[in-house]
Design a protein around this ligand. Structure first.
Ligand code: GDP
Length: 215
């Protein structure tokens, strides 16, 4: 369940080189004035709580424990910035959204921070919007998509936990998701299907990051 054909061997190799760097956590940002101002490119990972975001980031850079799971206290309401050694790129782990039990004031703080970050960040090259393969795009995801369409921030959907459904079902949800995205102006037309557990789609995701850095 991969789309390696979409990438050249050079892209895949560049992605592997990028993740072979020692990645590290730089800072957790709770307010806009804490954002770095060095002009480095940024890619952000967003998704509903429990979508598999920490697992995907950790598997992608092959460093378990880099991104903390949403069950870890602290860090979860922050924009967490990670860097690969030597490359001027920030990977941002955004707080998960759509958690039913979150207190209202927490949700409002999250929404304000995320909205202001997403609407005015010229260095932000792409948002990877993670969607659980079993559930597909849900109303809270659509709210984020509309925000990104409005602010013209390019985004790409990444299906997570692909191993939890069978291969035809994964192909079907990928096709349905791409169909829905075709009417969203800021959405990248190709969806990446992944499984952190099986390693599916990770070479493509790494290659995508490397291509963003190169361009
Ligand atoms: P987050 O809240 O979005 O950061 O989600 P986590 O990365 O903490 O994952 C939530 C749960 O889903 C955990 O129990 C993970 O072990 C599980 N999970 C994450 N990715 C995968 C995957 O690719 N396959 C399977 N089977 N489970 C996964």
């Amino acid at each position: 369940m991969t789309d390696v054909a979409l990438f050249t061997p050079e892209d895949i190799a560049a992605g592997e080189r990028l993740v072979s760097r020692p990645w590290r956590f730089v800072k957790g940002v709770v307010a806009l004035d804490g954002l770095p101002d060095d002009g480095w490119l940024e890619v952000a990972f967003a998704g509903r709580s429990n979508v598999g975001k920490s697992s995907l980031i950790n598997a992608m850079v092959r460093k378990s424990g880099l991104a903390r799971t949403s069950n870890t206290p602290g860090r979860t309401q922050e924009l967490n910035f990670f860097v690969p050694d030597e490359d001027p790129l920030y990977l941002i782990d955004m707080p998960g959204y759509g958690f039913a039990k979150a207190p209202k004031d927490k949700v409002e703080t999250w929404t304000a921070l995320v909205r202001s970050y997403l609407s005015g960040r010229s260095t932000l090259r792409r948002v990877f919007l993670l969607i659980d393969s079993r559930h597909g795009i849900k109303p809270p995801d659509r709210e984020i998509m509309e925000m990104l369409d409005t602010t013209a921030v390019p985004y790409q959907v990444v299906l997570t936990k692909g191993d939890k459904i069978n291969v035809p079902a994964l192909a079907a949800i990928k096709a349905a998701t791409e169909k829905e995205l075709s009417s969203h102006p800021a959405a990248f037309p190709i969806v990446l299907a992944t499984s952190s557990e099986k390693g599916w789609g990770l070479p493509e995701l790494r290659a995508t990051l490397a291509a963003i850095l190169r361009d």
